[in-house]
Design a binder for this molecule. Structure first.
Ligand code: GAP
Length: 467
C-alpha cells in the first residue's frame, strides 16, 4: 500500500515541486490560491492529493467556461440534446465499455520506500519518450537507462493499475453491489441514446452532450489541476451514419477550434496531434488530440475520437436491447457510429489562466494582471467611491453599483485602500473595468472608467457604462 502520508500533498509542496519545473506556473498557482480561485482540497487537514476546491472567483470562471461551451455546442445548434446522467451506474456499464479490463496505467514502485509512480511519467521525466511502448518495453527502458526513482532507489517491474474508484451501492458489500465513480461522462450519454431517440426521434446526425464530474484514481496527480483525481468533463457523443463519420469529425474539429478561440486562446499556442494507433484508447479508430502550450510544456487539452459503433454495439450485446437507428421513411437500420469531442474543464481553465497571465510595470511598480476575455471574467466591473468617508460619494456609488449589478450580476463593491491599490487588486483577478465615482459625478453624472489592459481612464456618462 502507498503510505497514507504521500496522499497528503499540501498546496505548498505542489508549489515547491512546480517551482523547479516552471516559474510562471508557480505564480499562477499562488495567485489562484491568494485571490480565491482555486484551493487545495481538504487543505485544513493537510490536503488530499489530486483534489482541488474552487473559491468564489474560480467557480465563476469555471461556470463561465462551461456555459460558453454549452452555448457553443448545444444551444446555438439544432442537432444537439443535453443530458445529465447519474454518476453512479450499473457495474455492467463499465464491464461492457471495457473500462474494468483496460482502463489501466503502468505502475512501478520504489523498492525501498514503496512510493508508487506511473512508469511512463518516470521515463518522460528522465528524457525517454514512452509513446507507443508496451509495459514490458517501458520496464526494459528503465533498466537500459539505469533509471531510479525520484528518491534515488531502484524501481520494481511495472504492473497494471485500474484507475476507477470502486465503491459499493446499498448495505451489502459483495460482488453484486459493486459500482464505480464514473471515469468519463461518455457512458451516461451512450446509456441514454435509446431514451433520447424514443423521446425525440431526431434525424441523424445528432449529438448528445453532457457536462459533469469524472473520477480517476491517477497514480501521480500532478501539475496543479492538470491531472486531478476528481475533475469535470464536457463531452459530446455525435451519432452518425457509418459512412458519414469523416465529415462529422472534420466539422466538430473546426467547431472545437472556434470554441478554443472564444476562450481567448491564441491559435499559436494550439496544436493538433494525430494520435498514432498504438497510443489511442481501446475504442478509437482515429483520435486528434488538441494540445496547448501550457507553462509546464505542450500537453493535451482535449481530444476528438472516432469511437465507431464500439459503445452502442457493446451495450446492445450485453443488454440484449437493440441500439439500431431506423432511418425515417426508409427500411434502413443500423447501429450509428460516433464522433466524440471530449473536453476537460480544468485543462481549459488552466489554459485560460496561462494565456491571460501578464506582468508589466506601471509608474515604476510591477503589476500582475489577467487579460481574461470579458465574457469569462469572474467580475465584470468593480465600483468604488473615490473617498469612502464622503457619504454623498458613497451613496452615489451605491446607486451605480446596484444598477450595474442588476444588469451584469458579477459586479464587485470595492472601497478598500487607495484607488491605485484597488486597481491592482482588480487587475490581478482580471476585472475588465473599474468605475470610480468622484465629486464631478455629483455635478455632471459622469464617472471614471478605467480599462484593465490599457490602464487608460475615460469620463463616461453613468447611462453609457458598458462592458
Ligand atoms: N470519453 C473520452 C475520454 O474520457 P480522455 O482522453 O481519457 O477521453 C478526455 O479524457 C479529457 O478529459 C482529456 O482531454 C482531459 O481534458 C480531461 N482529463 C482526463 N483525465 C484528466 C485528469 N486526470 N485530470 C484533469 N482532466 C483530465
Amino acid at each position: 500500500m502507498r503510505p497514507s502520508s504521500s496522499l497528503n500533498l499540501s498546496f505548498r509542496s505542489t508549489i515547491n515541486r512546480m517551482n523547479n519545473a516552471n516559474d510562471t506556473m508557480e505564480k499562477i498557482v499562488s495567485l489562484a490560491k491568494r485571490r480565491g480561485f482555486i484551493y487545495q482540497g481538504s487543505d485544513v487537514y493537510g490536503g488530499l492529493a489530486g483534489t482541488w476546491d474552487y473559491g468564489p472567483l474560480g467557480v465563476a470562471l469555471k461556470r463561465n467556461i462551461m456555459n460558453l461551451w454549452w452555448q457553443h455546442f448545444v444551444d446555438s445548434r439544432d442537432d444537439m440534446y443535453g443530458v445529465d446522467a447519474a454518476i453512479l451506474m450499473n457495474q455492467k456499464v463499465w464491464q461492457a465499455s471495457g473500462h474494468v479490463d483496460t482502463f489501466v496505467d503502468p505502475l512501478c514502485e520504489d523498492t525501498v520506500n514503496h512510493r508508487r509512480f506511473r512508469t511512463d511519467h518516470i521515463l518522460k521525466d528522465n528524457g525517454v519518450n514512452p509513446d507507443g511502448m508496451t509495459m514490458e518495453q517501458m520496464d526494459a527502458a528503465v533498466v537500459e537507462n539505469d533509471i531510479k526513482s525520484p528518491d534515488g532507489n531502484p524501481l520494481s517491474k511495472s504492473r497494471t493499475f485500474n484507475m476507477m474508484f470502486m465503491t459499493h451501492v446499498g448495505a451489502t458489500n459483495d460482488e453484486s453491489s459493486v459500482s464505480y465513480l464514473r471515469p468519463e461522462t461518455a457512458q451516461g450519454i451512450f446509456t441514454n441514446f435509446k431514451n433520447v431517440v424514443d423521446s425525440f426521434y431526431p434525424d441523424l446526425p445528432f449529438g448528445i452532450a453532457q457536462q459533469g464530474k469524472a473520477f480517476r484514481n491517477e497514480i501521480a496527480p500532478r501539475d496543479f489541476i492538470f491531472r486531478s483525481r476528481e475533475f469535470e468533463q464536457m463531452e459530446i457523443e455525435y451519432f452518425v451514419h457509418p459512412e458519414a463519420w469523416e465529415q462529422a469529425f472534420d466539422e466538430l474539429l473546426e467547431s472545437t477550434h472556434e470554441f478554443l478561440e472564444s476562450l481567448g486562446l491564441s491559435p499559436d499556442h494550439i496544436h493538433e496531434l494525430d494520435v498514432p494507433a498504438e497510443d489511442r484508447a481501446h475504442y478509437s479508430k482515429k483520435t486528434i488530440d488538441i494540445e496547448y502550450d501550457y507553462p509546464i510544456g505542450r500537453e493535451e487539452l482535449m481530444g476528438i475520437a472516432y469511437r465507431t459503433d464500439f459503445d452502442l454495439g457493446n451495450i446492445q450485446r450485453v443488454s440484449k436491447k437493440s441500439m439500431e437507428y431506423q432511418v425515417k421513411g426508409s427500411n434502413e437500420r443500423f447501429v450509428p457510429h460516433v464522433i466524440e469531442p471530449s473536453f476537460g474543464v480544468e485543462r481549459a481553465l488552466m489554459a485560460v489562466l496561462s494565456e491571460s497571465y501578464r506582468e508589466d510595470e506601471q509608474n515604476g511598480e510591477k503589476r500582475v494582471y489577467l487579460t481574461l476575455p470579458k465574457h469569462l471574467a469572474p467580475i465584470k466591473f468593480a465600483v468604488s467611491p473615490l473617498l469612502k468617508n464622503k457619504p454623498e460619494l458613497v451613496e452615489k456609488a451605491r446607486q451605480v453599483y446596484s444598477a450595474l449589478k442588476k444588469k451584469y450580476g458579477a459586479v464587485m463593491w470595492d472601497d478598500n485602500g487607495n484607488i491605485g491599490k484597488r486597481y491592482r487588486r482588480q487587475d490581478e483577478i482580471g476585472t475588465p473595468k473599474c468605475i470610480v465615482i468622484d465629486f464631478q459625478t455629483l455635478e455632471d453624472g459622469t464617472v471614471t472608467v478605467r480599462d484593465r489592459d490599457t490602464t487608460e481612464q475615460q469620463r463616461v456618462n453613468i447611462d453609457e457604462i458598458s462592458l
